[in-house]
Design a protein around this ligand. Structure first.
Ligand code: IPE
Ligand code: IPE
Ligand code: MG
Length: 237
């Protein structure tokens, strides 16, 4: 399947793992485990369509408030995923980046993350960002504090502050804004994801639960994107 226009940067809010498991009378973690298969399938699709940037929301700053058993197993699952997938990432020249607040991430997960970032840092076939312990409000707040510190130090001037400078202080520095944002599971909200970056993203909501979302669902979403007319506030030409 080929498309006339594909997004340069695709962002995905991978939601609905718990409900997928519940429907099968399974514990929530089984939904997360199945969700990893969806992620692999989507990465394959993204590579096939030559999408340059993929960002997925895996764990939010608010998700820390979930029961500790779920948080622990999710962290474990993520580091396991990173270690297991690293050879695939290297083979396919995919650069893995983490966006979020690494402070709270358990040490062993953090070292898996840093190792994968280091080993893939020179690749650019696909820039794959995993949003982990990510919250957009916190990201913006941190950026504002760092800018204020740099103004105080004299390394930047107040008149240098513009959109490009603010973007360079966000976790997503160097990554263009998402063109297309998919959220699965029927929820129609951003849940603190890329509030600044998604200002002009085309948004696609689907009722499909994340563990059921595979390449064919990605193709359906991309087919929908193909029809979108992006005006960025201007009139249609
Ligand atoms: C998304 O699935 C994964 C994470 C937020 C970690 P959920 O765990 O939110 O699943 P639902 O929304 O409860 O079904
Ligand atoms: C958003 O899903 C975060 C991730 C998918 C990682 P949530 O399940 O946490 O969002 P809400 O609570 O339904 O808004
Ligand atoms: Mg959810």
């Amino acid at each position: 399947m080929t498309f006339k226009n594909i997004p340069n940067h695709l962002a995905v809010i991978m939601d609905g793992n718990g409900r997928w498991a519940k429907k099968r009378n399974l514990e929530r973690i089984y939904g997360h485990i199945e969700g990893i298969k969806s992620l692999k399938s989507v990465i394959k699709g993204v590579m096939h369509h030559k999408i340059r940037y993929l960002t997925v929301f895996a764990f939010s700053t608010e998700n820390w408030q979930r029961p500790s058993e779920e948080v622990d197993s999710l962290m474990h699952l993520l580091s396991e995923y990173i270690d297991l997938e690293l050879p695939y990432l290297i083979k396919n020249k995919i650069r893995l980046k983490f966006i979020g607040n690494t402070e709270n991430i358990p040490e062993n997960s953090k070292s898996a993350m840093l190792n994968a970032e280091e080993k893939t840092k020179n690749f650019n076939e696909l820039i794959f960002s995993l949003a982990l312990s990510y919250g957009s409000k916190e990201e913006i707040l941190n950026a504002v504090c760092k800018i204020a510190e740099d103004v105080k130090k004299g390394s930047i001037d107040v008149k240098d502050i513009n959109g490009a400078l603010l973007s360079s202080y966000l976790y997503t520095a160097g990554i263009p804004d998402p063109d297309f944002l998919i959220r699965t599971s029927g929820e129609q909200r951003l849940s603190n994801f890329m509030l600044y970056q998604a200002a002009y993203a085309e948004i696609y909501f689907t009722k499909t639960l994340w563990p059921d979302f595979r390449k064919k669902n990605l193709n359906a979403a991309l087919k929908n994107y193909e029809k979108r007319v992006r005006r960025f506030g201007k009139t249609e030409i």
